[in-house]
Structures are given as structure tokens and as C-alpha cells.
Design a protein around this ligand. Structure first.
Ligand SMILES: Nc1ncnc2c1ncn2[C@@H]1O[C@H](COP(=O)(O)OP(=O)(O)OP(=O)(O)O)[C@@H](O)[C@H]1O
Ligand SMILES: [Mg+2]
Length: 246
């Protein structure tokens, strides 16, 4: 039986006067791939910001491995064992791929093990090895996504949070990135991923939540969600997609 690694409870978030989350609660079990689905502006990326300590919720609690991490600064959140693959990847474009990867290990001081981890990442992402001495800004979107994942893994996280990992990628890279997410998960890293593309996310997730204007409106095992006519119609392009989603 798996245990809960991340939990959000009763989160209210605001940007100035504008409320984004309304009592948001969700949990991520250790060892799983959990996806947060939802349309534009539903509050998905803001959920990531709350977990990573980039935005402090006005109410509620974030806990990781049973410890309250609400309001901790980001570098301390990362030290707890949470890795981040942010939206649009945010690599250091003028630095080489190698330098970007080593930045991912900033919180660690075990130099020998870091070198070994770098080698492991290059085995997992052979494409990244070919680009190691190139400046990150010159890579394709799919390659940058792989570097961003490898960089996050260099911190040896127990949980990796990914914001729209397949966005803007060509179909070939979409499949490759999904496979890599599964491979990373098989190595024991729990995955929390935000996705607008529900059909992609449900292919690899174990469990999923649907967010709508800052509230969880549905949740369940990914397989059941994919078969749920409500989800299918609203998010997976079913026959009543437009009517239901409107
Ligand atoms: N820095 C900000 N300042 C003010 N409002 C913001 C800020 N960032 C996001 N918002 C607003 O908060 C709401 C939720 O945004 P968020 O980025 O979390 O949505 P999302 O679900 O990730 O959307 P998308 O699918 O477009 O990525 C939106 O209405 C957005 O306009
Ligand atoms: Mg977003």
C-alpha cells in the first residue's frame, strides 16, 4: 500500500484581490504519477507555485512527507526533496547543457556522487549527451524539456512537479517525454504533473484531479477517468465536447 507524499488541504490563493484557489485539496501518493487536469486559467500553474513556495496561500496547508512546508522559501522546499520542471522549462539559455544540469544539484555537496548522477542522467537521456556542450538556448523544445527533467532529477528529488511537460512539442517528442516520465517514475520518483491535454496525461497517470476555476470538480483513478463519459466529453473530445465544456 502506498502512502501519501504530498498533501494540499483547504488552499485559498489570491493574486491581489483576485482569488484563484477556493479550498483546494488534493494528495499525491508515493510512487504514483498524479495529474492535475484543467482548462486555461483554472489555476494549475498557480498550484505548482504554491507547492514550490513561490506563492504563499492565504489559507490552507501544504505538507510533504507529513511535514508542514506551507510558506517555506523555494530553496528550502527543494531541499526537502521536491524537484521542479517549470512551465516553458526555464533553462539558463546562455549556459551549456552541462552547466544547466549541474545547477540542478546546487543543494548537494557530494561531488563524486553528483558526477555519477550526471552519467546516469545521460544514460536515461542519450539525446542530452549529444548536446552536453551546446548552449541550452540553441536546443529544440523537446530537447530542452529533457534537459529540464534531467536538471530536476539531479537534485535527487522524491517528488518531481512538472508543469505542462508536453506543451509545444512535436508528436514524436511528446511520446518520448511521456515514456521518460514513466521511466523516471519506475526508478522510484513520484510525479505530479499539470496538463491541459487530458488524453495524454491519462495515458500515463495513475490518478487524476480535474480543476475548474480553482476547485477540484472530479477525481479518480486515471483508467476510470478516461472511461468516464463526462471527462471524455468535456476534455477528451467526445461527441458533446463543446456543449459540456461550455
Ligand atoms: N502573476 C499573476 N498575477 C495576477 N494574476 C495571475 C498571475 N498568474 C496567474 N494569474 C491569474 O490566475 C488565474 C490562474 O492562472 P494559472 O496560471 O494558475 O492557470 P493555468 O491553469 O495554469 O492556465 P494555463 O492552462 O493557461 O497555463 C488566471 O486567471 C490568471 O490570469
Ligand atoms: Mg499554466
Amino acid at each position: 500500500m502506498s502512502t501519501e507524499l504530498l498533501r494540499l488541504e483547504g488552499i485559498d490563493t489570491f493574486y491581489g484581490p483576485v482569488q484563484v484557489h477556493f479550498g483546494l485539496s488534493l494528495s499525491v501518493r508515493a510512487g504514483q504519477i498524479v495529474s492535475l487536469l484543467g482548462g486555461n486559467a483554472s489555476g494549475k500553474s498557480t498550484t505548482m507555485k504554491v507547492i514550490l513556495g513561490l506563492l504563499r496561500p492565504r489559507a490552507g496547508r501544504v505538507s510533504f512527507d507529513g511535514r508542514d512546508i506551507t510558506g517555506l522559501p523555494t530553496h528550502q522546499v527543494i531541499r526537502q526533496g521536491i524537484g521542479s520542471v517549470p512551465e516553458a522549462r526555464r533553462l539558463f539559455g546562455a549556459m551549456t547543457v552541462r552547466e544547466n544540469l549541474l545547477m540542478g544539484a546546487f543543494a548537494r555537496s557530494d561531488r563524486l556522487v553528483i558526477a555519477r548522477d550526471l552519467e546516469r542522467m545521460l544514460e536515461l537521456f542519450p539525446r542530452v549527451r549529444q548536446r552536453l556542450e551546446n548552449r541550452a538556448g540553441t536546443l529544440s523544445g523537446g530537447e530542452q524539456q529533457m534537459v529540464a527533467m534531467a536538471r530536476a532529477l539531479m537534485g535527487r528529488p522524491r517528488l518531481i512537479c512538472m508543469d505542462e511537460p508536453t506543451m509545444g512539442l512535436s508528436p514524436l517528442f511528446v511520446d518520448r517525454v511521456l515514456e521518460l516520465i514513466q521511466a523516471v517514475n519506475r526508478e522510484g520518483v513520484t510525479v505530479f504533473m499539470v496538463e491541459q491535454n487530458a488524453s495524454l496525461a491519462l495515458q500515463i497517470a495513475h490518478y487524476a484531479y480535474v480543476l475548474q476555476t480553482g476547485r477540484i470538480i472530479l477525481q479518480g483513478e486515471a483508467g476510470e477517468m478516461a472511461r468516464n463519459p463526462k471527462i471524455r466529453d468535456a476534455y477528451l473530445g467526445g461527441p458533446d465536447a463543446k456543449a459540456t465544456a461550455a
